[in-house]
Design a protein around this ligand. Structure first.
Ligand SMILES: [Zn+2]
Length: 711
């Protein structure tokens, strides 16, 4: 995720994009296999990958393609399993983490004299794993929702239905890179951009089911083909939910018409990256005036929204268009759209026919998966999403010892020191801006592993009988929890990723960096390895998150999280020139994603800046750490490689990944992160330190003529 909540995550390719996660963290099929002990790798799967410099392919030239040099042997030996859309060195960790969670869930399901936490996670697990119960119930759990929609008497009543659906399914409170993935629009409590000490209502564009607006509007052959398959999918889903073929065809047409009109009016994901573009403050009267067809009285009351000082409407044009659509289209067409919303969003939690058809379009056609993931993995992911801080407590106890936390903190401090020195030494930045930058850097709060206080789920009712109801209960709790923040003091301790998550993020409005315990594991952090390897892998991740505070988006926020320009005009101009070098470099063809697919460097500029700056910081911190030990970067380690070489090799190794073209295309179109190959080759071709490590010469591919450097 990143935009309107504006937190900049580290990876996307390791997990399915959020838009797909809801669809795929779903249902069925293979019986669970015998659980391995994740703490004991010797018992077989799952295996954690650990850096080994002997994996490089010495027949290749590191100066021609460093990613291939570092990864091709691993990539050749590790094809993508049929149920996965990519497979990288971090994928073993994903499986390892999920196995550990599964053991916790299974134990909680069976335990007697359970704690409140065990009851919730255990019953959630049992209901999700109960395939025969779910199959036997058929469409029954869906029926009350279809009945509600059938009972709507006027368009005015749609507003309370929107509120109901925003409670029922995850998404409304999570503004993502392209939109809020929820019916009609998104709605949440959010720190004010101009005064981060206040929480106000934010109303976001939403309403689409495909990953973003481009999927409806692009006219190239591949896009047209996907849209055609989407139409067929809509029809099949309506039929599976009980409609006649004729009705299903009409409904599919209506849904596509409405979603396409919404897509046209949505702000694109590049424009959406600039906080100034979405910081549109309105009074409640203005919101009402913008969309009189939405009954805000009813909506605000039913979502229990406290009064907000003002309302941020991220994309007024979108709401103008939605108003027009509400006026022009009859109730029957909106009922078709609403039916689609409940069928589509409930499908992962219902019977096999719906699960399979949902998989076929969203995971197979859009992302390239050939088979469904085993049910246990889908249930683990759903439990992590819905009850993550209850489930995560046991993960932290078992997988994140205090020594790991202490060593991570040491690295974080060394990397922050490296940025401080980098800022002081910059030739292009004036002393006035440097002073402000140092204030911001010193203001960063480091959050490592897990939250200090665990979320209280006591009001969430979880039972063993109906899986879909458990999802709705958890979703409703989370939605109202976000909305209830409005008007209250900011909770600085909160995390927006769960402890087992293999990811990390910077939050510019809290000015915090956050590293969940889930990523502080091999191959990213390996307690058994030396500093060169750990700075190369997790050190670069740490540097990346810190740099997010100073990328083209983060630099617009000050130390307190306010959207305030602390740059002199000339320094801002200097920054933009350097940023443009990066965005030009990454505006490139991506053959891995299909012919003609092009990356927009303006979409990925923040992430690319963080990658490029992050690795510099990590290398400088390693150098300082080695110096304290009386060593230098060019000393040889025990295996014959220099520390400098081990640093770069470990960095590349942590990124080795086979990626299916379908998911590659999806990422290039919708995601602000570059694909793994570019996170290595583009970054390193900008670095003289890399060229020094492997003796690369001017004119070779890994030596860029117009090397870019921001931080
Ligand atoms: Zn990032």
């Amino acid at each position: 995720m990143s935009t309107p909540k504006f937190f900049s995550a580290f990876l996307t390719v390791l997990i399915l994009p959020a838009a797909l996660l809801a669809q795929t963290a779903s249902v069925n099929l293979q019986p669970a296999v015998g659980a391995a002990d994740p703490a004991d790798e010797t018992k077989g799967a799952p295996r954690l990958e650990r850096f080994d410099p002997n994996l490089v392919d010495k027949a290749l030239d590191p100066c021609s393609d460093f990613y291939k040099y570092s990864c091709s042997k691993w990539l050749g030996a590790n094809p993508i399993p049929p149920d996965q859309v990519f497979w990288g060195t971090g994928s073993g960790l994903q499986l390892w983490n999920e196995n550990l969670l599964r053991e916790t869930l299974e134990a909680a399901a069976k335990a007697s004299n359970r704690s409140a936490v065990q009851q919730k996670i255990g019953d959630y697990w049992a209901a999700c794993m109960d395939e025969s119960g779910i199959e036997g119930a058929g469409l029954k759990p869906l029926q009350p929702e279809l009945d509600r929609i059938a009972a709507l008497k006027s368009k005015k009543e749609i507003s309370s239905e929107i509120s109901h659906l925003h409670h029922l399914y995850p998404g409304a409170w999570q503004p993502a890179d392209n939109q809020s993935n929820s019916p009609f629009f998104g709605f949440t409590g959010q720190q004010d951009y101009d005064d981060a000490s206040k929480v106000v209502v934010q109303i976001d564009q939403g309403g689409l089911s495909l990953p973003n607006r481009d999927y409806y509007l692009n006219t190239d052959a591949k896009s047209v083909e996907i849209l055609k398959k989407y139409r067929a999918h809509l029809q099949k889903m309506f039929v599976l939910a009980g409609e006649t073929e004729a009705q299903a065809a009409t409904d599919a047409g209506n849904v596509i018409d409405l979603e396409t009109a919404m897509a046209k009016a949505q702000m694109d994901n590049v424009k959406r990256r600039d906080p100034k573009n979405i910081n549109n403050k309105m009074s409640l009267a203005q919101v009402r005036e913008l969309t009189p067809s939405i009954d805000w009285e009813v909506y605000l009351k039913t979502v229990k929204a406290p009064a907000s000082e003002h309302y941020i409407v991220t994309s007024p044009d979108f709401f103008r268009a939605e108003e027009k659509l509400l006026q022009e289209h009859p109730l029957e067409q909106w009922q078709a759209y609403l039916r689609w919303q409940v069928i589509h969003r409930s499908a992962p939690y219902l019977n096999k026919a719906l699960v399979d058809e949902n998989f076929d379009f969203f995971a197979h056609t859009l992302a390239g998966a050939e088979q469904q993931q085993p049910r246990w993995r889908r249930c683990v992911r759903a439990a992590d999403r819905d009850l993550g801080e209850a489930l995560g407590q046991a993960y932290v106890d078992r997988a994140f010892p205090p020594e790991s936390k202490a060593r991570t903190i040491q690295m974080v401090h060394a990397i922050e020191q490296a940025l401080s020195e980098d800022i002081q030494s910059l030739g292009w930045m004036s002393p006035a801006t440097k002073q402000q930058a140092i204030i911001k850097l010193k203001g960063i709060e480091d959050k490592i592993g897990y939250p200090q206080h665990w979320r209280d789920y006591s009001s969430v009712k979880i039972a063993r009988d109906i899986y879909l109801s458990n999802v709705a209960q958890a979703s409703s709790f989370e939605f109202e929890r976000w909305v209830a923040k409005v008007g209250k003091p900011v909770d600085r301790g909160e995390w927006t990723m769960t402890p087992p998550t293999i990811n990390a993020y910077y939050d510019p409005q809290l000015n915090t960096i956050n590293f969940p315990a889930g990523i502080l594991q091999p191959p990213f952090f390996d307690p058994s390895k030396d500093d060169a390897v750990n700075y190369g892998a997790i050190g670069m991740v740490i540097g990346h998150e810190i740099i997010h505070g100073f990328d083209d988006q983060g630099r617009k926020f000050d130390a307190h999280g306010n959207l305030r320009d602390w740059w002199t005009a000339d320094d801002g101009k200097q920054y933009d020139e350097r940023g443009k070098c990066i965005s030009d470099e990454y505006t490139q063809e991506v053959p891995e994603a299909g012919a003609g697919v092009k990356q927009n460097g303006l979409l990925t500029q923040g992430e690319d800046t963080a990658d490029n700056g992050g690795i510099h910081l990590a290398l400088n911190a390693l150098q300082a750490t080695l110096k304290q030990q009386g060593k230098s970067l060019d000393d040889k380690g025990p295996d014959g490689w220099t520390y400098r070489q081990r640093f770069f090799l470990a960095n590349a190794y942590s990124w080795c990944a086979n990626v299916r073209p379908e998911i590659a295309r999806l990422i290039v179109t919708t995601d602000p992160h570059s694909l793994p190959v570019f996170r290595i080759d583009n970054v390193m071709s900008n670095m003289t330190e890399f060229q020094q490590a492997f003796g690369c010469k001017t004119g070779q591919r890994m030596v860029r003529a117009n090397a870019c450097r921001v931080w």
